[in-house]
Design a protein around this ligand. Structure first.
Ligand code: ATP
Ligand code: MG
Length: 236
């Protein structure tokens, strides 16, 4: 559709004979937080990796800002404005926090200073400790460093894979609040989560994944009220 930032149409991803994503369609519009939710092995990460060109798309089409990126190399996809925060953050512990952040600017060198200032204003702790190795950071601070690194590329789409995993509820709330704020004048967000309650609380729309298929999708506040969702994912 015209105002879609990302359009995934009938995409399937296989690892050998294993079907991880089965004919999935999903869209993200500008200014939206969209959440793929679902339990272990449902296909959320595989879909994000397909968008990023890491997992090979067997069939279907991925469009970003009107361009068919399905067979683009990952470097070109990232340079076009898609950042990915892998599960666990993927922060490199032996590098300093500043070096970790600069890695995120590899494909967009033009706005390094502006972006660094922006990241430091969002996460002051990263500025205070910028010359320390990232191994000194707590789990929550590492996730902040990972978000900061992703922002260094001035993304138009930020894909976050399970940002809440292993973090205390208070930190999760803080990180999701910040992410929600980012969307106002920054990237749209694709937020993959096993924590369905959190994901629905913080997203505009959601897609429910079950063994590679999207079984339900809609506005997040409506899905929160949905009896089937409550039974299956919200402990209702
Ligand atoms: N590199 C891989 N090689 C083979 N199979 C894989 C690989 N990565 C994922 N899979 C399989 O693909 C399916 C989907 O996995 P995926 O990681 O996309 O799920 P997920 O929804 O992200 O799960 P989780 O919530 O546990 O992160 C699973 O059956 C998984 O075992
Ligand atoms: Mg996953």
């Amino acid at each position: 559709m015209a105002n879609d930032l990302l359009t995934i149409e009938n995409v399937s991803v296989y690892y050998g004979h294993i079907c991880a994503v089965d004919n999935v369609s999903l869209a993200v519009k500008k200014g939206e937080v969209v959440a793929p939710i679902g339990s272990n092995g449902a296909g959320k990460s595989s879909l994000m990796k397909a968008v990023l060109g890491i997992s090979r798309v067997k069939s279907g089409t991925i469009r970003f800002m009107g361009k068919d990126i399905t067979s683009w190399p990952t470097s070109k996809i990232v340079a076009s404005g898609i950042s990915y925060i892998p599960e666990g953050g993927g922060v490199l512990p032996l590098m300093t926090i500043r070096e970790n952040l600069l890695l995120g600017a590899i494909f967009n060198q033009s706005e390094i200073n502006k972006n660094l200032d922006k990241v430091y204003s969002i996460f002051p702790v990263l500025k205070e400790r910028q010359y320390q190795p990232a191994s000194n950071l707590s789990g929550g601070q590492r996730q902040m460093c990972a978000i900061g690194r992703a922002l260094m590329g001035t993304p138009k789409l930020l894909m976050m894979d399970e940002p809440s995993l292993g973090l205390a509820p208070k930190i999760v709330t803080e990180i999701l609040n910040i992410s929600r704020e980012l969307v106002k004048d920054g990237p749209s967000i694709l937020l993959a989560e096993q924590n369905a309650k959190k994901a629905l609380d913080y997203s505009d729309r959601a897609y429910v994944f079950r063994t590679g298929n999207v079984v339900l999708n809609g506005n997040s506040n409506e899905l929160l009220e949905n009896h089937e969702i409550q039974q299956a994912y919200l402990g209702g």
